[in-house]
Design a protein around this ligand. Structure first.
Ligand code: SF4
Length: 707
């Protein structure tokens, strides 16, 4: 019996995995861990089906190399790693370190993430490493830094239970974070007076139990929360002491909120909701002190995602509603380790241990700690720009780990073309048949869930162990090992790791190093977990950081009203509303919105193997309002073609009145390995938020026609 963590969403549920006995060696039993604070024994259907996804069918068991004709052959690890290191060295010598890039994943364990960041930023001396977390929460990171001075989620899941009002913005929580939703529903059954408001253009499963659904127009969130800020001010709902003593920027934020149509009627028009409903929401928010505002991809995946995040946080800062039980803004992340990646500086514009790449003193600290020959001097390319650079030849070597950008990135056909143009593409994955691995020169067999060992951090800062309880299949290896082997071949010291606990120890020590110095103080501090040996690491139980001393956990930040800007105050940020970058027109008159479905995960490389999970929604689909379908001349149940200026796809039409007029919804999961022409990423406009670099997945002009 092994206590581990679910590898899917950012809820980060604890799992007890019990491999079969001698009579049934393949029968893996999966249960929720009753002692894990995230789920307290619960599991959603994806977690419960984990045993169905760990078989070896289709697994890559030895490294593969492809020749110029695309012929693949299995090779030894030595040969594959020699090839990677030799080609990288040649490309760096000829074109400099900026010609090499890495694209990694919130599926990596923190230890993998740490080692690859150390290699790239400390030894190669470039910051051209970005992660698929860019696609789901980088706007939250940028918003947190602007508001709090550091990327911090202050609260926890218990706050959602204790709140009297929970506002879910751009989050189909019932499907995308099911255990958080179950906890929320349980708390509402216990306290029926609790209120739940959903802000979402679509009427999703999350709306079924909500007291109010505000079906705002896609992209109008800043109008909504600027209007709320104005309403709060006009009605005297302000914590003047908190604002005066612990924040800056309130006057400027209010001035912008008022100037850009903060009046009720103007806001209702901008958001496309009735004035009376808007007023009811604002009044409910104003009179309820214990409010948690949960936000997710519907907020983040926007060309104004960072401003949306700050417009939400502004309302909490203005009312002093954070840092106490049952209140605060709460970013809920998409992936199991999106937060662990943030801790080690997994984004192209961040450094390890929540230090900043653009701060010379921070760079010096990390370089000194690592004893590295160099340190990246400026932010690297963010995901969309990074693949542009591959496409136009500035980047000549790319190593992709545990992610499938040919399916998941915007303008995905161009991403595929970019990989075909690239001199060296290396992919580390469980399978060689993903859309991305099919384009690689070298494919390295990685360990999967149940085989690899390390830590992850969930949406409430809870650090948990993911443990190996299955044998490593074939010659599959941990990603940190493959990176360290390439580093050694490049002649770099500092990569002598033999076990994951050694990496974790270094990560924990870096988080504590000079953390009390002026200008260096940050909340991310797990120094109390440094020095764990293999046994201690194995026994590590879930804990919420900061952990400055052994045994000290921090379920809630900001109780001391201290933030992490230089003056110790938080910031309200002026957020002028902006429309999505590409507007609909006569040729592309509908807005495409993308998202997850309940029983699949990302590009289905694992969940697609579980028959039980396929039974919910078995094939790719396009959702549309019946009236809109009639106008487009397409029929419910028929195959339709959806096209944008960037690409096209084909899927079956599902008509539903839950889908707003003038819009369509397509799930993100399907790929060309499972259904031809079903990658919605091919359609998505490659426009991004200027601060966070997060793509605008929720708003692409498209047309729909019969297939
Ligand atoms: Fe796994 Fe998320 Fe389901 Fe929990 S809610 S079992 S973490 S998929």
């Amino acid at each position: 019996m092994t206590c581990t963590t679910c590898p899917y969403c950012g809820v980060g549920c604890g799992v007890i995995a019990t491999p079969g006995d001698e009579s049934a060696p393949n029968r893996l039993r999966i249960e929720g861990d009753p002692d894990h604070p995230a789920n307290q024994g619960r599991l959603c259907v994806k977690g419960a089906a984990l045993a169905e996804t760990v078989g070896l069918e289709g697994r890559l068991l030895r490294p593969l190399m492809r020749d110029d004709d695309g012929q693949a052959q299995t090779v030894s690890w030595d040969r594959a790693l020699d090839r990677v290191a030799t080609d990288m060295r040649r490309i760096i010598d000829q074109h400099g370190p900026e010609a090499v890039a890495f694209y990694v994943s919130g599926q990596l364990l923190t230890e993998d993430y740490y080692v690859v960041n150390k290699l790239v930023k400390g030894w190669l001396g470039t910051a051209n490493i970005d992660t698929n977390s860019r696609l789901c929460m980088s706007s939250a990171v940028a918003g947190h830094k602007r508001a709090f001075g550091e990327d911090l989620v202050g609260g926890n899941y218990q706050d959602l239970e204790e709140a009297d009002l929970v506002v879910l913005v751009g989050s189909n929580t019932a499907w995308c974070h099911p255990i958080v939703y179950q906890r929320l529903m349980q708390s509402r059954r216990e306290r029926p007076e609790k209120r739940i408001v959903v802000v979402d253009p679509r009427r999703t499963a999350t709306c079924e139990q909500a007291d109010m659904h505000l079906p705002v127009k896609a992209g109008s969130d800043v109008w909504l929360f600027n209007g709320l800020l104005t309403y709060l001010e006009e009605h005297g709902v302000v914590d003047t002491g908190f604002v005066a003593n612990h924040t800056g920027g309130a006057a400027e934020a209010l001035a912008v909120a008022r100037a850009d149509g903060g009046r009720l009627e103007a806001v209702a028009k901008a958001c496309g909701v009735p004035v009376a409903q808007l007023q009811a929401f604002y009044a409910l928010f104003a009179r309820t002190r214990k409010v948690v505002t949960v936000f997710s991809q519907g907020v983040n995946q926007s060309s104004s995602g960072t401003d949306k995040v700050n417009s939400i946080i502004n309302c909490h800062l203005f009312t002093g509603r954070l840092g106490e039980p049952g209140m605060g803004p709460f970013s809920i992340t998409g992936q199991p380790n999106a937060m662990g990646g943030r801790e080690v500086g997994g984004l192209a514009n961040t450094l390890a241990a929540h230090l900043e790449l653009d701060e010379p003193a921070h760079r010096q600290l990390v370089q000194e700690f690592w004893g590295s020959p160099s340190i990246a001097r400026e932010p690297g390319l963010k995901a969309v720009d990074l693949f542009d650079a591959v496409h136009d030849g500035r980047i000549k070597a790319l190593w992709v780990m545990a992610t499938n950008p040919v399916v998941s990135l915007p303008d995905a056909d161009r991403v595929r073309e970019a990989l075909r143009r690239c001199e060296l593409v290396v992919v580390s994955d469980l399978f060689a048949d993903t859309d991305t691995a099919a384009e690689a020169r070298v494919v390295l067999p990685a360990l999967g869930w149940g085989e690899k060992d390390g830590t992850v951090t969930n949406s409430e800062r809870c650090l948990s162990r993911q443990k190996a309880f299955l044998p490593s299949p074939g010659e599959a290896k941990p990603d940190w090992w493959a990176v360290s082997e390439v580093a050694r071949r490049l002649g770099f010291e500092g990569f002598g790791f033999e076990q994951p606990h050694q990496i974790f120890d270094e990560h924990a020590r870096l988080s504590a190093w000079r953390n009390d110095d002026d200008g260096m103080r940050r909340a991310f501090h797990i120094g109390g977990l440094a020095g764990l040996d293999a046994e201690g690491y194995d026994r590590l139980r879930p804990c919420q950081w900061p952990v400055p001393q052994a045994g000290e956990h921090t379920p809630r930040l900001f109780q001391d009203r201290r933030f992490f800007h230089g003056d110790g105050k938080a910031r309200l940020v002026p957020t002028a509303p902006r429309a999505p970058v590409n507007a609909v027109d006569d040729e592309f008159p509908l807005v495409l919105n993308t998202g997850r479905i309940r029983d699949q995960w990302h590009t289905m490389t694992r969940t697609g193997r579980a028959p039980r999970l396929a039974s919910h929604l078995p094939e790719p689909f396009v959702e549309m309002h019946p009236y809109e379908a009639m106008l487009c001349g397409v029929q419910d149940g028929a195959l339709v073609r959806v096209a944008s200026r960037w690409g096209a796809m084909v899927a079956r039409l599902r008509c539903t009145a839950d889908q707003p007029r003038r819009t369509v919804f397509v799930p993100i999961h399907w790929n060309d390995q499972r259904a031809s022409d079903a990658r919605v990423g091919a359609l998505v406009n490659p426009v991004v938020d200027p601060l966070s670099g997060e793509p605008e997945f929720k708003h692409t002009p498209v047309m729909v026609s019969p297939f």
